[in-house]
Design a binder for this molecule. Structure first.
Ligand code: GRG
Length: 290
């Protein structure tokens, strides 16, 4: 999956516009967070699923960038004082620590619309076809919106300080984290013109990988260091967050991650080609250290 990194980083760089008048600070703020060294898990998945379905990664690149833009906006907003109030992200000062809360909020908003202008540009639409582009954009809107990522973040906030409950926690993590990973994988298939069975299999893979990803995030929040993660550790405990670790303990969490990873690998059976790379990726994400 590492081979996609330079492609993704160059494409993201090309999306950063030149400023005209007073908006330069906003552009700098959005560019600051986009350029920070994220793992690029979601855009890499878009490109990998596109290739798995016989498409060209290059054609899916605007859609991969769109997912990363939505992810970056969510991280900027997540770090704000009214949310998790974190000072570090991706090993650097959080966006609002550099540009102020007002500009950070607006940079998140701007990245959200930039995601849609990027994947609905003439070039992107021509590359994958108008119907596929519209379908991919709808998937991203649904999975990142009210009933998806933002809905999950709302459940998270409403649950602070309350007794954790496994059902609520699972729905929260499915929405907050798995939904955007689902969008990333589904969009890759859609860009390649794949049939509904393949799009549904990509969604199942991503659902399992996404839930495991969030549980690993919760584990790392208590077992890792700020230096290793590039973001503060212990913030879940400080913010009285409901997490899998708080509810089940680390050993049961690890077992759940392994079960979910096995489910992700099973979901790949629908694809009639070599799926080893995506199976290995699910295992690598389950064992990640940052
Ligand atoms: C709309 C005001 C407003 C806020 C929205 C939706 C939202 C805030 C936040 C999303 C929730 C969120 C941040 C979920 C956590 C998902 C997660 C594990 C993020 C970390 O992803 P990585 O590890 O990060 O892929 P890098 O930095 O590598 O890209």
């Amino acid at each position: 999956m590492k081979r996609y990194l330079s492609m993704i980083n160059s494409a993201l760089e090309a999306c950063i516009p030149d400023g005209n008048f007073g908006e330069q600070k906003l552009i700098d703020s959005a560019a600051y967070s986009l350029r920070l060294p994220g793992k690029r898990v979601r855009p890499a998945l878009t490109l990998a699923f596109c290739e798995l379905c016989g498409g060209e990664a290059q054609k899916a690149l605007p859609f991969a960038c769109a997912v990363e833009m939505i992810h970056t906006y969510s991280l900027i907003h997540d770090d704000l004082p009214c949310m998790d109030d974190d000072d570090y992200r991706r090993g650097q000062a959080s966006n609002h620590k550099v540009y102020g809360e007002d500009i950070a909020l607006l940079a998140g908003d701007a990245l959200q619309s930039m995601a849609y202008t990027t994947m609905l540009s003439d070039t992107a639409v021509k590359a994958v076809g108008a119907e596929n582009a519209a379908r991919a954009a709808r998937v991203l809107a649904e999975k990142s919106g009210l009933l998806g990522m933002v809905g999950g973040q709302t459940i998270d906030i409403m649950s602070e300080g309350k007794e954790p409950n496994l059902d609520t926690l699972t729905v929260m993590d499915e929405k907050k984290t798995a939904c955007l990973i689902e969008a990333a994988c589904m969009m890759g298939c859609i860009c390649a013109g794949a049939d509904d069975a393949k799009v549904a299999a990509a969604e199942r893979y991503a659902h399992a990988v996404g839930l495991a990803f969030q549980i690993v995030d919760d584990i790392l929040d208590v077992t890792s260091t700020t230096d290793e993660l590039g973001k503060p550790v212990g913030s879940d405990t400080d913010n009285e967050k409901s997490t899998y670790v708080a509810l089940l303990g680390i050993d049961r969490c690890r077992r759940t991650v392994d079960e979910l990873t096995a489910q992700a690998v099973d979901a790949l059976a629908v694809f009639d080609c070599d799926t080893k790379e995506l199976a290995d990726f699910a295992v690598a994400l389950a064992n990640r250290k940052k």
